[in-house]
Design a protein. Structure first.
Length: 94
């Protein structure tokens, strides 16, 4: 079994915006536009059986909604993990 231990996906309502913001902050080009469905398509292309899902909140107020969505994805192809909050302060420490 092949497990990717660092996968990001987002609620479809905010996926594109979240990926755009994270790409702008990190300078890293994403492999998907952030949806769970597209991530599973990539899993199939790359021979990955499961992925540990790490969603990211850009504001503390988002954490509960994001954690709830992430928990709903648990099982099947995803293993849900805890969410953390990125702020400009934490990004500048990298």
């Amino acid at each position: 079994m092949v497990i990717d231990f660092h996968v990001h996906a987002f609620n479809p309502k905010v996926a594109e915006k979240a990926v755009e913001k994270l790409q702008a902050q990190s300078g890293i080009t994403p492999f998907t536009r952030g949806t769970a469905e597209e991530t599973i398509q990539r899993f199939d292309e790359w021979g990955i059986d499961k992925g540990v899902l790490l969603s990211v909140a850009t504001k503390p107020a988002q954490q509960r909604v994001i954690n709830d969505w992430c928990a709903q994805q648990d099982g099947g192809r995803f293993i849900a993990s805890v969410e953390y909050t990125l702020t400009l302060r934490t990004m500048s420490r990298r």
